[in-house]
Design a protein around this ligand. Structure first.
Ligand code: ADP
Length: 221
């Protein structure tokens, strides 16, 4: 099963992907995480991405697709995965179809208002090492400023500033939102109200997956 998560920055794609990973065992494939890792490691693709990230626009399609193809080729993706942050425009959706991947595809649109996005991103802190996500009020780390998972000092992402958030929202509405109509026409889109608490949103997604495919609830790996 291939799950695609659509939604604005801050809609909770990463949190839902992590919830599905722990509940159903599907790896979370986040193109944002892959890009940040490539930038940190200064790989050739990372050097290209570094000059394009952090301003609120998109990284070029060829760079993102190259990273994604490598990741999907790894053995843990054989049974399925959750895509967080890809596709992000119509060209990327076409490229994904062109990969001719097997298995059913199901798409969720995490619907959230711009006000909720601004509040969530201002309070978001992330782990620069393992990419765990926290919210200062709703999901604070156990020790202030320290990642519960790996003990690294948490940071505010450099694109979580008010100006860059506004740009990212503009990019989302212009480039990514049209994908909602595309997948609705394809007949595999589920709209989820994502303004609520993380547990409720993950629960709503899992109910759809259970009904459609019998996601092995509780069989976390
Ligand atoms: P968010 O969903 O909160 O914006 P991500 O971590 O998914 O955060 O992405 C961070 C940045 O990485 C984006 O603003 C964009 O520049 C780049 N990026 C991530 N995924 C893609 C993609 N599929 N295509 C192009 N750029 C991407």
């Amino acid at each position: 099963m291939r799950v695609i998560l659509l939604g604005a920055p801050g809609s909770g794609k990463g949190t839902v992907a992590e919830g599905l990973r722990s509940a159903c065992g599907f790896p979370k494939i986040s193109t944002g995480d892959l890009l940040r890792e490539a930038v940190r490691e200064k790989t050739p693709l990372g050097l290209v991405a570094a000059s394009q990230m952090g301003k609120g626009g998109l990284v070029d399609d060829a760079t993102v697709l190259a990273l994604l193809r490598d990741r999907l080729a790894r053995p843990d993706c054989r049974e399925g995965y959750v895509l967080d942050g890809f596709p992000r425009n119509l060209t990327q959706a076409d490229s994904l179809d062109a990969l001719g991947l097997s298995g059913p595809e199901i798409v969720f649109d995490l619907e959230v208002s711009d006000e909720v996005v601004l509040e969530r991103l201002a309070n978001r802190r992330t782990c620069p090492k393992c990419e765990a996500i926290y919210h200062l009020v709703n999901k604070p780390p156990k020790r202030a400023g320290i990642c519960d998972v790996c003990g690294t000092a948490l940071v505010q992402r450099n694109d979580d500033t008010p100006e860059v958030i506004r740009e990212r929202l503009k990019t989302y509405h212009a480039k990514t939102e049209p994908l909602v109509a595309r997948y609705a026409a394809k007949g595999n889109l589920h709209r989820i109200d994502a303004d609520g608490a993380a547990g409720q949103v993950i629960g709503a997604v899992r109910r759809v997956l259970d009904a459609a495919f019998g996601c092995p609830a509780g069989a976390g790996r």
